[in-house]
Ligand binder design. Structure first.
Ligand code: PLP
Length: 382
């Protein structure tokens, strides 16, 4: 089955009792048993729920995995991955991560004895040099948030596995989605998504996903999901499944509009640096071209006037681009990473990687491109 077909049919079957084409929302916490321990595959809904199962099967299919898992949020999915580790274990992660990921690593899990190092994943050696005997997990985000840096998933994974095949490689695939890149196929062990973003696609739910291709790892993750309990509910599972069915057509338009916005900004007199992996002057353009089917809908940039005041003036004056946290929905959003999505990263760390007050992040939606460009033009010219 090819990708577009998979988003609609992957792992899905018609509901048995009625033939319903979409799975019903099984809004139930428990399932009747005929004799103690004897049931139809569903016992208590923290363990599994048929609406969630339908979504989890879809998640597995679109990332070419064997198993998918739906969590209460993207952060709950990352939390689950870290619970695979034990005190003393080390994690090597990228140095330009989603702010909440950095906060979870440094402020929640560090105190339980996990050690984290943050490296620029632009170069494979930076990752391999950080590996020690204690390294158990490599955490890759690509493209990164908000600077759109690209890590070569296949090259990093094969270099890590050459050193120690037991080290798990996890990829936060939220920005790219499986429409653009499929990390399990490139060698990674775990794919993570904030399904709140492109997979859900309509800014109407908060959810996380994990996908894996190994039965033993799937069993461990299912145990943690069940034991820790941060599951996605049936209503949200239904909405996310509906979202996934249009992922491919939404992404196609996000990519078209993203490219047009990036080129418009790149050529605009008032705009300084533009961060978009589809621009030929992007430092990792070649890797992005090899690894991704297209370049996505996320575009970051700086105004030539790098003052906070100039950035704020722009942020307050877009009309179609709504100033809001989050990304990946059908509507265009604009974000100021320093005060919004990345406020949890200490200033010193932010400045080291270049996330200054001047950085503005756009989630380019699927509206008519003429309206989007006109909106940017008027806000730039105020
Ligand atoms: C939003 C986001 C997360 C966190 O997901 P939530 O659903 O908000 O908990 C993690 N990684 C990336 C890249 C994100 O954009």
């Amino acid at each position: 089955m090819k990708f577009n077909t998979k988003t609609i049919h992957g792992g899905q079957k018609h509901e048995e009792a009625t033939g319903a084409v979409m799975p019903p929302i099984f809004q139930t916490s428990t399932f009747a048993q005929s004799s103690p321990g004897e049931h139809k595959g569903y016992g208590y809904a923290r363990g599994s729920n048929p609406t969630r199962t339908a979504l989890e099967n879809s998640f597995a299919a679109i990332e070419n995995g064997t198993n998918g898992f739906a969590f209460a949020s993207g952060m709950a999915a990352i939390d689950c991955v870290l619970r695979l580790l034990k005190p003393g274990d080390e994690v090597v992660a990228g140095d330009d991560l989603y702010g909440g990921t950095y906060r979870m690593f440094t402020q929640l899990f560090h105190k339980y004895g996990l050690e984290f190092s943050f490296v620029d994943m632009n170069a494979v050696e930076n990752v391999t040099n950080a590996i020690t005997q204690k390294t158990k997990l490599v955490w890759i985000e690509t493209p990164t948030n908000p600077l759109m840096k690209i890590a070569d998933i296949a090259a990093i994974t094969s270099a890590i596995k050459d050193i120690n095949s037991a080290i798990l490689v996890a990829v936060d695939n939220t920005f790219a989605t499986p429409y653009l890149q499929q990390p399990l196929t490139l060698g990674a062990d775990i794919v993570m998504h904030s399904a709140t973003k492109y997979l859900g696609g309509h800014s109407d739910l908060v959810m996380g996903a994990l996908m894996v291709k190994d039965a033993k790892l799937a069993e461990e993750i299912h145990f943690i999901q069940f034991a820790a309990g941060a599951i996605a509910g049936p209503m949200d599972s239904f909405l996310a499944l509906r979202g996934v069915k249009t992922l491919h057509i939404r992404m196609q338009r996000h990519c078209e509009n993203g490219r047009a916005v990036a080129e418009f900004l790149h050529n605009h007199l008032k705009v300084g640096e533009v961060y978009y992996p589809g621009l030929e002057n992007h430092p990792n353009y070649e890797i992005a071209k090899k690894q991704m089917k297209d370049f996505g809908g996320m575009v970051s940039f700086k105004l030539k006037d790098e003052s906070k005041a100039a950035a704020f003036k722009f942020l307050e004056n877009t009309k179609i681009f709504t100033l809001a946290e989050s990304l990946g929905g059908v509507e265009s959003l604009v974000n100021h990473p320093v005060t919004m999505s990345h406020a949890s990263i200490p200033e010193e760390e932010r400045l080291k990687v270049g996330v200054t007050d001047a950085v503005i992040r756009l989630s380019v939606g699927i509206e008519d491109i003429e309206d989007l460009l006109a909106d940017l033009e008027q806000a730039l010219n105020l």
